[in-house]
Every structure is written in structure tokens, then in C-alpha cells.
Design a protein around this ligand. Structure first.
Ligand code: COA
Length: 266
């Protein structure tokens, strides 16, 4: 059975022969290994271009900013999976990455689309505040959370926001999307009726889109970064296991709210 058009499979990322591996047109062993940092290589893999110094510093900082944040759900899921299946590090890492969506960990991609919608309106002559107000109102009508704003712990600005903005400013990167992110924060209270401050998932696209990072690859940042944090947690889990303790904590106050047969004793 055939699905879709018949086309020749192709990719511009890599080819190889017996002696040489070519990645994005460069010789991996002679031109890349030992000559590029991992962050530089990641950007090169993604876009086929070497990042300029400002972009490199910004991408590097975003990866560091979201690699680790304690016993968050991705870490708990990974450590519990590893406790149940200690032979499958890869499965535990995958379990930790599965929830990288619009609520926590993966909201950068949604915030990037949100900022891009605002910028598109600005290109039609709206001020940042006007454009932000219009798009936020649309989110409210659709009953969607404003991506990248609000945090359960960091009720004032998430400290990672200030740190990332400082990196972008010091690197001389384009600050256009930071200005949009700030404008959103200013207009939120009037429309939403709450002070919702920028969190790291807004700061990541705010600095990356200005630096030329592709919108469609934004979710890759938390996925790639959290992989590193999860590997650290799973390495520690081998020495200091807490996976089943986390599971116990979750069930300790568990209450069954369904029905039971008459003769069932709990
Ligand atoms: N947009 C609209 N309303 C929001 C909101 C947002 N981004 N963040 C919080 N609120 C509202 C909630 O609806 C809730 O309103 P209610 O009291 O009328 O029910 C109130 O603010 C408190 O929300 P709550 O979910 O208890 O706050 P929280 O601080 O625990 O939520 C998040 C944290 C991250 C789940 C929430 O802020 C959110 O969904 N943000 C958008 C997604 C995001 O940026 N995720 C990345 C986090 S790093």
C-alpha cells in the first residue's frame, strides 16, 4: 500500500563513504570534531550555517537555562520509569521528554508562535502594545493560556528571564522579540486581570527568534536541553534511588472514589 506522493527520499544533512563522513557539506572528522562546540554543531546541523558569535552565545544560554529545574514532572516520570526498568536508560529519558508540551517544559514553541503573530500585526502598523492586546484577546476568546507567562514558583519574573535577556543584550543580538515579550507582560493585567510575569519559556523564544533561530525548531531547545538534565538524574538514580519513593509519595494520600462490591474490605 502506498501513502502519499512517490518521491525520491532525500536529505541535505549527511552522507558518507568508507573513509569520510560529510555533515552539512563539511568533513566531520577533519573540519568539525575538535573544532566546533556542541552548541555550534547543533545550530550547524539544524540550519546548515555556522552561527555568528551572538547567536552562538544566545543558543548556548537557552540550552543551559532549561536543562534542569529540580524534581519537576519530567524528572519524576524519568526516575520512576528507571526504577521500574533500570536496564533501559533510553526509555527513562524518553519518558521524561514525553510531556514536553504546551503547559510545562515545551511552551517555548507556543510562545514563539504567539510572539510571531504579534510581530506580524506590528508589520501592518500596530504598536507592540496594540498588537499584543489584539492577540491576547483572541487567546482569551479561545480560552487558551498565554504561553510563556505565569509560573507556580517564580511569581515575580522568573530569574532565568533576566539572565537570558542580559546574555542577548551583552552579545549584541537583535532585541526585537524581547521588546514584544515585555509589551505582552505590560498589557496582560488589563486583559487577563492578573499579573502574569514572563517565565523561561517566553524568554527562550524572545532571545532566539531575534538571533535568527528557526521558529519551527523551537521545541527542540527544551527537548535537547532536558535530555542532559535527565541523564544526570538517571545517573544519580543509580547511586541514590528515589524513583519508588516518588511513586509512594504520589499514592500515599490516594483515595479511590469509585464503587466496590458489597463484600469488599479495604
Ligand atoms: N494565561 C492565562 N491565565 C493564566 C496563565 C496564563 N499563562 N497562567 C496562570 N493563569 C491563571 C490561571 O488560569 C488561574 O486562574 P484562576 O485562579 O482564575 O483559575 C491563575 O492564573 C493561577 O493559575 P495556576 O494554574 O494556579 O497557576 P500556576 O502558577 O500554578 O500555573 C502554569 C503555572 C505554568 C501552569 C501557568 O502559568 C500556565 O499555564 N502558563 C502558560 C504555559 C507556560 O508558560 N508554561 C511554561 C512554564 S515554565
Amino acid at each position: 500500500m502506498k501513502i502519499g506522493k512517490v518521491i525520491q527520499p532525500s536529505s541535505a544533512i549527511c552522507t558518507s563513504n568508507e573513509e569520510t563522513i560529510i555533515v552539512r557539506g563539511s568533513d566531520l572528522c577533519n573540519d568539525i570534531i575538535g573544532k566546533m562546540s556542541f552548541t555550534e554543531y547543533f545550530y550547524f546541523l539544524l540550519t546548515g550555517e555556522k552561527p555568528n558569535q551572538a547567536t552562538l552565545e544566545v543558543v548556548n544560554a537557552t540550552l543551559i537555562s532549561i536543562a534542569e529545574h529540580g524534581f519537576v514532572p519530567s524528572v519524576q516520570a524519568a526516575r520512576m520509569t528507571f526504577a521500574a526498568s533500570p536496564e533501559a536508560l533510553q526509555g527513562a529519558v524518553a519518558a521524561g521528554l514525553l510531556g514536553c508540551g504546551s503547559v510545562i517544559l515545551g511552551a517555548s514553541a507556543n510562545a514563539g508562535e504567539f510572539f510571531t503573530d504579534i510581530r506580524n500585526l506590528m508589520l501592518k502598523g500596530h504598536s507592540a502594545e496594540q498588537a499584543a492586546t489584539e492577540i491576547i484577546k483572541q487567546y482569551r476568546i479561545e480560552m487558551k493560556a498565554i504561553p510563556g507567562y505565569g509560573h507556580p514558583l517564580h511569581k515575580e519574573r522568573d530569574p532565568r528571564v533576566t539572565a537570558l535577556f542580559k546574555v542577548a543584550e551583552n552579545a549584541g543580538s537583535n532585541l526585537e522579540f524581547i521588546a514584544i515579550a515585555d509589551a505582552v507582560e505590560r498589557v496582560i493585567p488589563e486583559i487577563v486581570g492578573k499579573q502574569l510575569k514572563l517565565n523561561v519559556s517566553a524568554a527562550i523564544p524572545a532571545v532566539l527568534l531575534g538571533a535568527g533561530f528557526p521558529l519551527k525548531a523551537l521545541r527542540g531547545i527544551p527537548i535537547l536541553a532536558r535530555c542532559a538534565g535527565l541523564i544526570a538524574h538517571l545517573y544519580e538514580e543509580q547511586e541514590q534511588p528515589v524513583g519508588f519513593a516518588l511513586s509512594y509519595q504520589a499514592t500515599r494520600e490516594y483515595q479511590y472514589t469509585g464503587t466496590v462490591p458489597e463484600n469488599f474490605k479495604s
